[in-house]
Design a protein around this ligand. Structure first.
Ligand SMILES: Cc1cc2nc3c(=O)[nH]c(=O)nc-3n(C[C@H](O)[C@H](O)[C@H](O)COP(=O)(O)O)c2cc1C
Length: 170
């Protein structure tokens, strides 16, 4: 069984994150853009999923995800396990840091999806984020201020803890 990775990306960071995940999971994952015509049909094939969402505008999900959320709102998601990765910038957008994760989280909660991969706020330097529930981020925030090595380490640890069965280490 494979895991489905779905992302959108205006400037390449989320796409790069998807390639880092592909490097870790190899043939155990399939990667799609959420804006693909048949993305929702593809999405329904997987029980476990990772969604990568960048924040734009005034702390909103990137527009492809806004449309994606609307589509997700129309399908049955019960019994699925989803981990959310939020791409953002805690330096430039400290008061809306990774806010884009929240509307996605909210629709998944409404859909009775199991959401995994909540992350402690310790180690992040921001002012405010709507993507915090009960003291934790609702997914894994990744930020361009982190060095590549740090990003890779955070990602690997998060995957190991939440989707370890898909890790493909030689
Ligand atoms: C116009 C604009 C608005 C942004 N707004 C936010 C924001 O509110 N919160 C945040 O954490 N990051 C914000 N960012 C940072 C992006 O989310 C970040 O650069 C992300 O890595 C972009 O992902 P992408 O390269 O996959 O499109 C913004 C970036 C731009 C250019």
């Amino acid at each position: 069984m494979k895991i489905g990775i779905f992302y959108s990306s205006a400037r390449g960071k989320s796409e790069f994150t998807a390639t880092l995940i592909k490097d870790l999971l190899k043939e155990n994952c399939d990667v799609y853009k959420i804006a693909d015509d048949n993305a929702i049909v593809s999405l329904m094939k997987y029980r476990k999923l990772i969604f990568i969402v960048p924040t734009y505008g005034f702390g909103e999900p990137h527009e492809d995800w806004k449309k994606g959320i609307e589509k997700i709102s129309k399908v049955d998601f019960e019994g699925k396990f989803v981990g959310i990765i939020g791409r953002g910038n805690q330096g430039f957008y400290a008061a809306t840091f990774v806010n884009g994760m929240k509307p996605l989280y909210d629709i998944l909660v409404e859909k009775k999806t199991s959401i995994v991969g909540f992350t402690e706020t310790k180690g992040y330097d921001f002012v405010k984020s709507s993507a915090i529930v009960e003291g934790k981020f609702v997914g894994l925030p990744l930020d361009e201020i982190f060095m590549l090595q740090e990003t890779k380490e955070k990602l690997k640890k998060w995957i190991k803890n939440n989707f370890g069965e898909f890790l493909n280490e030689e």
